[in-house]
Design a protein around this ligand. Structure first.
Ligand SMILES: C[C@@](CO)(OP(=O)(O)O)[C@H](O)COP(=O)(O)OP(=O)(O)OC[C@H]1O[C@@H](n2ccc(N)nc2=O)[C@H](O)[C@@H]1O
Ligand SMILES: Nc1ncnc2c1ncn2[C@@H]1O[C@H](COP(=O)(O)OP(=O)(O)O)[C@@H](O)[C@H]1O
Length: 272
């Protein structure tokens, strides 16, 4: 069975408060983006639970620490009869990029194992397992535009009128550590909710829709802020950083193809 885990962007991101468990409560709108890894799962060898290989973009983790392996082991604890598998991941989504690519791989592993081995887990049960893998993982179980709260596990589908727009995704190859990024913030819970803000016309988002990570990350990495400037100069109706960075996306009218020039090593993808 082969699946294609996609990535996400955050349309607005408020960090509301630090919690007793060390995580932060946040609110955001998750929006799926069609840049994909490829994940194949087939029956494995009875001598080992899981054989994992990967190709494509090199990751800074061993096979044992890959989130796909962790997802298999998480289910194996509760389903001891889960058959052995061989898993191959081809990685094209930039990692540590605010695109949730690793989280998508983890969530899709849960989905594929549930389907292939008929575990009969419901969406809510899968979301609970996904949250044990990472805060961004539950979204990928739904994988539709969602307003999210908590750590990202309370998910409400929303309609966004974006069919006349295209996205350009730009990653400068800077790896941001999410835990470090959270430590740079001063949480605030006293603002108009993103759920309300996102209902305003897209042409107003530039003034009202904020990602809290932009201030500290733009300060530490001016080249990331420069991407946002370039996207606005090229005619973006909205441009912002996704998650804790370093990816910046621009939203453009579909009828206007933007002319963009970035350094050669940047990852630049138009997505409609
Ligand atoms: C900021 C967001 C916004 O969508 O995305 P990314 O930029 O990572 O894609 C997410 O909340 C990131 O989720 P994820 O990348 O899964 O983070 P996790 O593995 O759960 O946590 C990594 C570390 O970030 C901090 N963390 C994460 C989520 C959260 N709600 N509060 C936190 O304080 C914790 O220090 C934690 O140890
Ligand atoms: N399959 C995977 N793909 C990407 N990163 C992974 C994977 N498995 C584990 N990781 C770890 O997760 C970290 C960041 O994950 P990722 O979701 O790509 O970043 P972000 O949350 O910033 O979008 C990586 O630096 C890596 O150490």
């Amino acid at each position: 069975m082969i699946l294609f885990p996609n990535c996400k962007i955050n349309l607005g991101l408020h960090i509301l408060q630090k919690r007793a468990d060390g995580f932060h409560d946040l609110e955001t709108v998750f929006y799926p983006i069609a840049i994909q890894d490829a994940l194949e799962v087939i029956h494995g060898n009875i001598n080992s639970d899981i054989q994992f290989t990967s190709s494509g973009i090199h990751l800074d983790v061993t096979a044992a620490d890959n989130i796909c392996v962790k997802a298999y082991q998480l289910l194996k604890k509760d389903f001891p009869n889960l058959p052995p598998v061989k898993m191959h991941l081809h990685k094209t989504i930039p990692s540590g990029a605010g695109l949730g690519g690793g989280s998508a791989d983890g969530a899709f592993t849960l989905l594929v194992l549930n389907k292939k081995f008929n575990l009969q887990l419901t969406e809510q049960q899968l979301i609970k397992y996904a949250l044990q893998l990472g805060s961004d993982c539950p979204f990928f179980i739904k994988n539709k535009p969602c307003y999210a709260t908590g750590r990202g596990e309370n998910l409400e589908s929303i309609d966004l009128p974006l069919s006349n727009y295209q996205f350009v995704i730009v990653n400068p190859g800077i790896h941001i550590n999410t835990g470090w990024a959270f430590k740079q913030l001063n949480p605030r819970a006293d603002r108009t909710s993103i759920k309300e803000v996102i209902q305003q016309p897209i042409l107003q988002w530039k003034e009202v829709l904020v990602n809290d990570f932009e201030v500290p990350i733009f300060q530490a990495y001016p080249e990331i802020e420069a991407i946002q400037r370039t996207l606005y100069q090229a005619g973006a109706v909205y441009a912002a950083m996704s998650g804790s960075g370093s990816t910046v996306f621009g939203i453009f009218e579909k009828s206007k193809t933007p002319e963009l020039s970035f350094p050669e090593h940047y990852f630049v993808r138009p997505v409609s």
